[in-house]
Design a protein. Structure first.
Length: 95
C-alpha cells in the first residue's frame, strides 16, 4: 500500500477543506523514508522478539525498500508514487 505524499489538506479562510497537490522532490521522499525508519527502529531492537516470524520478514523487507527508495527510482515523483506505507500492524503496536 502506498499513500500520496504530495496530497495535503488545507483549511482556507472560509473554513473549507481544500486538497493541495505539491511538487514531488527528493526532500519529501527522504523525509517520509527517514520518518518510517525512525518509527520502526524500536521494533528492530528491544521489541524484535515480540514480532512473529512473518512480521520480522515483512519489516526487514520494508525497511530495505525504504532505504533503497532514492536509488530505485530515477525521479522523486516515481519514488513518491511507489513508497510503501507503514503496515497497519506496525501502527497498532504504537497505540
Amino acid at each position: 500500500m502506498t499513500q500520496d505524499l504530495r496530497k495535503w489538506t488545507n483549511i482556507n479562510a472560509d473554513g473549507e477543506k481544500e486538497e493541495v497537490l505539491i511538487e514531488a522532490d527528493w526532500d519529501l521522499v527522504r523525509g517520509a523514508r527517514n520518518n518510517y525508519l525512525f518509527m520502526t527502529d524500536t521494533l528492530m531492537g528491544n521489541q524484535w522478539d515480540r514480532l512473529t516470524e512473518e512480521q520480522q520478514t515483512e519489516l526487514n523487507e520494508l525497511r530495505q525498500h525504504w532505504r533503497d527508495i532514492t536509488t530505485t527510482y530515477e525521479n522523486p515523483k516515481d519514488a513518491c508514487d511507489n513508497l510503501r506505507d507503514m503496515p497497519m500492524w506496525v501502527t497498532l503496536l504504537f497505540m
